[in-house]
Design a protein around this ligand. Structure first.
Ligand code: FES
Ligand code: FE2
Length: 371
């Protein structure tokens, strides 16, 4: 592990990470310790649960979580583990006034407080008994959580570092886009490969010759200056791309003909255009499996199901093409002969360099002693 981390910190500027970073269980353990138990992770969109009592469940690093619209204004993320004997209290999604554990019917209010524990003497119960509340923040319509009770937002320096991204994306008004649909899938690849793939304009014309090349060809991609909290690039539309009719009036003519792709480190990747936002929230399962919650939001609030389906089907195709190539990549990375080479010019793979800088900063070579 030490030599792997040394290789990362000594690698030349703009070089791929050593293949073992994508295949080593020990490295994933380190990522879990340094990134996934402390950083902020996206769980979905605020308007997936617009009404009081709306909720959905999701796992993050094997932690069952319950995301609930606790008041008209507030969204909470609670531990979805019953305080009686550990049963997940809720499953799936829906709307409720209170949560009733399916095992022995302990019930909890929307804020997680225990309301009733049938047949348990009152004096045996902790009067403050409640489902633990996790640190939660909403940003640009995304729900974020941290598993670290001491995580800080937005005073945290890294989150200040999101301000340039907010400015870059401001005219798209992502926070007012309308949730259309979301899916949870398991992709057979390392989570970092998926971040890199989404943020690499280099592969667009090769992997997506039918679905994207005519819209966002590789040669028109342009890197955006990132920070320690994000990386981004602009995919400019080719001449054959159809005009986007519906969009926020604050968008410039140039912005109407662009998609902005960004990664909020470490695990939210997204693409926003004049009329559509697509995001993928990544939650690693193992070195070669990642749980992907992906969703689509639209600028328009009045689209028909057929109109929404056209956009969703398009992204299903793009995601299938990416998933297929990433599965094959994972097989290659496992080879004893696997190596990584220099990255392409900044506009095409410079975002990977930003991501690697973030990883090197967060994981740090001094962590080796803790393994
Ligand atoms: S485990 Fe929930 S009521 Fe028993
Ligand atoms: Fe792709």
């Amino acid at each position: 592990m030490k030599s792997l981390l040394q290789k990362i910190s000594n690698r030349p500027q703009g070089h791929g990470l050593p293949p073992a970073c994508y295949t080593s269980g020990k490295f994933l353990k380190l990522e879990k310790k340094k990134l996934f138990l402390h950083e902020w992770h996206c769980l979905g969109r605020t308007d997936e649960i617009p009404e009081l009592g709306d909720f959905f469940t999701i796992d993050l690093m094997s932690e069952p979580l319950l995301v609930v619209r606790e008041t008209e204004k507030d969204i909470s993320v609670l531990s979805n583990v019953c305080r009686h004997r550990g049963m997940p209290v809720a499953s799936g999604s829906g709307n409720t006034q209170r949560f009733r554990c399916p095992y022995h019917a302990w019930t909890y209010d929307l804020d997680g407080k225990l309301r009733n524990a049938p047949l348990v003497p009152k004096e045996h119960l902790d009067k403050d008994c409640q489902l633990p509340r996790l640190k939660t923040r909403c940003w640009q319509g995304f729900i974020f959580v941290s598993l670290d009770a001491n995580a800080v937002w937005p005073e945290n320096q890294d989150m200040q570092a999101l301000i340039p991204l907010e400015q870059h994306l401001a005219n798209y008004h992502m926070q007012t886009m309308h949730h259309a649909i979301s899916f949870v899938e398991t992709w057979e690849c390392n989570w970092k490969s998926l971040v890199e793939n989404f943020m690499d304009g280099y592969h667009l014309s090769v992997v997506h010759p039918e679905s994207l090349h005519h819209l966002t060809p590789t040669l028109l991609c342009k890197k955006v200056t990132g920070s320690e909290a994000f990386t981004a690039y602009t995919a400019n539309y080719g001449k054959l791309a159809p005009a986007r009719e519906n969009h926020h009036p604050s968008l410039t003519k140039e912005q109407v003909n662009q998609s902005q792709l960004f990664c909020v480190f470490p695990s939210l990747i997204a693409s926003v255009s004049a009329d559509t936002l697509v995001y993928l929230a990544l939650h690693p399962i193992s070195v070669n499996k990642v749980s992907v919650k992906w969703g689509v939001a639209t600028f328009e609030s009045d689209l028909t199901d057929d109109e929404i389906n056209i956009r969703v089907e398009k992204w299903k195709q793009i995601n299938n093409e990416d998933h297929e190539i990433l599965q094959r990549l994972q097989a290659g990375l496992k080879s004893e002969h696997s190596v990584t080479g220099p990255l392409a010019a900044d506009n095409f793979e410079g975002t990977l360099h930003d991501f690697h800088q973030y990883l090197a900063h967060k994981i740090g070579i001094e962590a080796v002693g803790d393994l």
